[in-house]
Ligand binder design. Structure first.
Ligand code: PEP
Ligand code: MG
Length: 323
C-alpha cells in the first residue's frame, strides 16, 4: 500500500486552492519511527507514552524512559515530535496501579486527573522528557484537559521540574512548547485564557467524539452509530478552529478520523491545517487533499448544513465522484 503513494511521498501537501496542510504521524513505540521517512510524515504529531507503562509489571524507571525518549528524538532528527504525557485509566489500565472499580472509567480517574493527583509519576515522566531532550527542542502536551486550571497546574509542575533540572546542572531544552489536548467538549467553550496560555492545541477526536455524542468508543453497539461528518460535530470543529484563530494558537487533529481521507478532507475544509494519523494513512490522505479544492468542499458542507441534513458525507462523496 505504501508504494502506491511513493510518487507523492516527498510532495508537500498543498490543495488545489493553495492551502498547505501539514501531515504528521502518530506513534507509541521506537519501532514506529522508521515509518517517519517511509510515510513522508512531517513529524510525530502524537507520541503516546502509555505502552512503556502498560507492558511492565511496575512503573518504569526514569532512566529507561529518558533513554527511549532520547532515541525517539534522535530517530526523528530535525522533524518535530510531540510527546503526550501519560494517559492511563479508561481503556488503558495499569495492572500495578489499579484504582477502585469505577462505574464509568472513560469519564473517571484517568489521564491528567491521575497525573495531578499522583504527582510522583508525572514528575518522573517530565524529568525523563527533559533529560532526553538534553538541549534539543521539546514539545509536550497534556491529555484530557477539561478545564483551564488543569492545564495551568500541569504546566506549573513542568516549570518546577525545569528549575530543578537547571539547579542540578542538567541542560535545558533549546525551546519548549507546552500544549493541551482538547478532547472534552467543555474546552471548545473554555475562557480565552486557555487558548492564550497553550502553545498549541491538539484535538483528540476519539475522545471528543465519544463525549460529544455520549457514545462509548469501546462499545461495538454504539461506536459507529454517529457519523464523524455529522453537521453538529463539524460545527464543533469549526468552533474550536475559530477559538484558536482568535489567539493565533496552532491547532491540529490527532484522533483516528484524521487518517480517514474523506474525514480529513472535511476537517481541512473546516480550517484545520495540521492532521496527525497512523503512518499508513498519510499517502491516501495526501492523495485526496492534493486533488481537492477546499473552498468548494466548504461550500458543499455549508449548503448541506443549511439544508438541514444530518451528515455531509453523501454530498461530499458526490463531489468527489463528480470531478
Ligand atoms: C484521542 O482521544 O483522539 C486521542 C488521540 O487519544 P487516545 O486515542 O489515545 O485517547
Ligand atoms: Mg484521548
Amino acid at each position: 500500500a505504501q508504494s502506491r503513494y511513493a510518487t507523492i511521498r516527498d510532495t508537500a501537501c498543498v490543495t488545489q486552492d493553495g492551502q498547505r496542510i501539514e501531515l504528521m504521524m502518530n506513534a507509541g513505540l521506537m519501532a514506529d519511527l522508521p515509518s517517519l521517512p517511509t510515510s513522508g510524515a512531517e513529524g510525530v504529531g502524537l507520541f503516546r507514552t502509555e505502552l512503556q507503562f502498560l507492558t511492565r509489571n511496575k512503573v518504569p524507571k526514569r532512566g529507561e524512559l529518558a533513554d527511549l525518549y532520547a532515541r525517539v528524538m534522535g530517530a526523528a532528527g530535525d522533524k518535530p515530535v510531540v510527546f503526550r504525557t501519560l494517559d492511563i485509566g479508561s481503556d488503558k489500565v495499569l495492572p500495578y496501579m489499579k484504582a477502585e472499580d469505577e462505574p464509568n472509567p472513560a469519564m473517571g480517574w484517568r489521564a491528567i486527573r491521575v497525573g495531578l493527583d499522583k504527582k510522583g509519576v508525572m514528575r518522573m515522566q517530565l524529568q525523563a522528557l527533559l533529560r532526553a531532550a538534553d538541549g534539543r527542542p521539546l514539545q509536550i502536551m497534556f491529555p484530557f484537559i477539561a478545564q483551564v486550571e488543569e492545564f495551568l497546574e500541569a504546566r506549573a509542575h513542568l516549570l518546577r521540574e525545569i528549575h530543578r533540572e537547571k539547579s542540578l546542572g542538567h541542560r535545558l531544552p533549546e525551546t519548549l512548547r507546552v500544549g493541551a489536548m482538547l478532547e472534552t467538549p467543555s474546552m471548545a467553550f473554555a475562557p480565552r485564557r486557555f487558548f492564550e496560555e497553550a502553545d498549541f492545541i491538539s484535538i483528540g477526536g476519539n475522545d471528543l467524539k465519544q463525549f460529544f455524542f455520549a457514545a462509548d468508543r469501546e462499545n461495538e453497539r454504539v461506536r459507529r452509530r454517529y457519523d464523524t461528518l455529522n453537521v453538529s460535530f463539524l460545527s464543533l470543529i469549526e468552533q474550536i478552529v475559530g477559538r484558536c484563530a482568535e489567539t493565533a494558537t496552532p491547532v491540529s487533529f490527532c484522533g483516528e478520523d484524521a487518517g480517514r481521507p474523506v474525514e480529513a478532507l472535511c476537517f481541512a475544509a473546516m480550517g484545520l491545517r495540521c492532521l496527525s494519523m497512523r503512518p499508513a494513512s498519510i499517502g491516501p490522505v495526501k492523495h485526496i487533499l492534493l486533488r481537492a479544492d477546499l473552498g468548494a468542499v466548504r461550500r458543499i458542507i455549508d449548503e448541506t448544513r443549511e439544508a438541514g441534513d444530518q451528515t455531509v458525507r453523501e454530498a461530499v462523496m458526490e463531489y468527489l465522484r463528480s470531478r
